[in-house]
Each structure stands twice: as C-alpha cells, then as structure tokens.
Write a protein that binds this ligand. Structure first.
Ligand code: FAD
Length: 292
C-alpha cells in the first residue's frame, strides 16, 4: 500500500526543526530513519498530515563523550553507534542490544533516538535506556528539558513527548568500571522483535552485588524494571539458586498479552529464562569473563 497524502518538510538545523514542529503542533510528526514510521504509514496505521524530516540536521548526527556521558544526537544511526568507539567502551550493553535490532540495512538507516521515541514495548533500545539510567533531552521552541528514560515511557507507543517537541539527544552514563552487562532475548528468528528480552547491568564489590539494574522488554506496555529482583541480589554473592529466585521475582507480576507468537504463560516462561541468562552472563562478565 501507499501512504495517505502528507506534506513534507525538510529541515537543516535543530532550530529550524523545532520552529516547524511548533507551527504544526499536533499535526507534525518527526521523520528520522523512517524504519518504523514509513511502514506504519504504508499500512495506513499512521496518517500524519505533516512530516518533518530531520535527516538533513547534520549537527545532531554525533556520537561523543560529553561531560562524562555518552551523548548520541537524534540523527546518529544505529549502525554508526554500534561501531563507534565511545559507545563500545562506555555502554557495551547498548552495543550488544543493537545487534538484536532488525538487520544491517535497517540499522544503517534507523536511529537510536528514533527507536526510543517510537516507544515500541517490544523494542530493545527503550529497555536498555531504562536499564542504563539514560536521560533524554526534549527540545521545543521554548527551550529544552531533560527527562529520565525511566519516566519517558508511558505505554505502548506513548511517551512524555509533547506536540512541538523533538528528542534532540540521549545521554548514557558510562558503565561502572568492572561492571558486567548482558542483553539477552528470544525471538523466532534473529532480527525479529523479541518475544521476551532482558537488559541487565551488575556491579560487584568483591563477590557481592553492589548495584543491579534489570529491565524486561516485550512483556508489558513499556520497559519494565524488575525492582524486586534487583533488591534480592543487592548485597548477595549470587549463585545459580539466587539467580533463579531473582528471575522468578522478575516475572511474578507480569501479565503479557497473548498474540500469534505465544500465550501469556509461554511469554512469562520465556521472560524467566531470559532474565536468568542475562544475570548469569552479566555476573560472569563482572567477574572478568567474556568481556569482549
Ligand atoms: C523489517 C524491520 C524489522 C525491525 N526489527 C526491529 C527490531 O527487532 N527491534 C527494534 O527495536 N526495531 C526494529 N525495527 C524498527 C527499527 O529499529 C527503527 O529504526 C526504529 O524503531 C525507529 O527508528 P527510526 O530512526 O527509523 O525512526 P522513525 O521510523 O523515523 O520514527 C519512529 C517514530 O519516532 C518518532 N521520532 C523519531 N525520531 C524522533 C525524534 N528525534 N524526536 C521525536 N520523535 C521522533 C517519529 O515521529 C515516529 O513516530 C524494525 C524495522 C523493520 C523495517
């Protein structure tokens, strides 16, 4: 199918983008890599009246260290980020998760910020942003505001973004020295959206867990933090039994909807396994194994 008619606005700077978005209000929609929006438009599941194409905003294509953080601009492509040294050294969890997002041609066009702004509950990157305590800069004509990724996602494809706002940047704190990480998911084929996935970071003090972040994707309306599982691990020296108990806690309150890929119980079972595997791998890496 072809999309419904729309007006196309190509902008060259951030200032121009927010000025046009401000004028359009509710009727304006940002076009980044187009890898989610264009298929939705082709199926007429989205019918924006105006598209504001930010692909020409070169000043937002950066991947850089900034004030101790990894900063990614709105037009930084997923493939660029996955290959960039600052991302590989600072936020290996993000780089690992990017390997599960679709396929290389899509990652060469799709942006990290676009995936986060899209807020698909089955997408990998929103859960990574929450697990890493990332923050987003939302810019409008009136100025900028920073919001924690944890607060940004309201529900499926629903975020704190207001009409007229552009997500200009996502900032990731660097992984703590020696911390372990893991992104693990199960999908029917590599590159498909996950049936369930887990993003984990784990810092140790000796053999005890000093900090744990566990976030699930594809099993709820938005990325879900498994805070009861995190609390169980804190201060403990995890063994297989404790990790299994943490995975049990992580899925205890889940109620994912059934779809053609699986029923509720099946998805919970898959999520339990992903959490167990992700904690185990993050722990192994925190202990110096398989750090890549
Ligand atoms: C075959 C296929 C398989 C895929 N598989 C996966 C997968 O396994 N996992 C996965 O996570 N994704 C998958 N995707 C989606 C892909 O990763 C997209 O690139 C990504 O979700 C959106 O990024 P984009 O830059 O293409 O955004 P777009 O498609 O351009 O935009 C998506 C939405 O976000 C909004 N938006 C984008 N950027 C901004 C911004 N800076 N400020 C405000 N709003 C903004 C747009 O208005 C739109 O509503 C797949 C896509 C295809 C076509």
């Amino acid at each position: 199918m072809k999309p419904a008619a729309f007006e196309y606005h190509r902008v060259g700077t951030t200032a121009e983008a927010v000025a046009v978005l401000d004028q359009l209000g509710e009727d304006g929609r940002v076009l980044a890599g187009g890898q989610s929006l264009v298929p939705l438009m082709n199926f007429r599941l989205a019918q924006p009246e105006h598209l504001v194409d930010i692909n020409g905003v070169g000043e937002l294509g950066y991947v850089r260290h900034d004030d101790g953080m990894l900063a990614l601009g709105a037009t930084a492509r997923q493939a660029h980020v996955a290959a960039a040294e600052p991302a590989r050294s600072d936020v290996p969890l993000l780089v690992e998760a990017l390997g599960f997002v679709a396929h290389p041609p899509i990652r060469h066009r799709g942006t990290v910020v676009g995936s986060i702004a899209h807020a698909d509950p089955a997408a990998e990157l929103p859960s990574v942003a929450v697990a890493c305590h990332a923050s987003l800069t939302l810019t409008s004509r009136a100025g900028s505001r920073d919001v924690a990724a944890e607060d940004f996602f309201l529900g499926p494809f629903e975020t704190l973004l207001a009409p007229g706002e552009l997500v200009t940047e996502v900032r990731f704190p660097p992984s703590a020295p020696g911390a372990g990480w893991a992104f693990v998911e199960f999908a029917r084929r590599h590159g498909d959206f996950a049936i369930a996935g887990a993003a984990v970071t784990l810092a140790l003090d000796g053999d005890r867990v000093a900090d744990a972040s566990i976030v699930l994707c594809a099993v709820g309306p938005r990325p879900l933090r498994a805070d009861r599982a995190e609390a169980l691990l804190l201060g403990q020296a995890p063994d297989a039994e404790l990790i299994a108990e943490a995975a049990e806690r992580a899925v205890a309150d889940l109620a994912p909807g059934a779809d053609i890929h699986g029923g509720t119980e099946y998805r919970i079972g898959v999520a339990r396994v992903q959490v167990r595997r992700a904690i185990t791998l993050a722990l192994e890496r925190a202990n110096g194994g398989d750090r890549r």
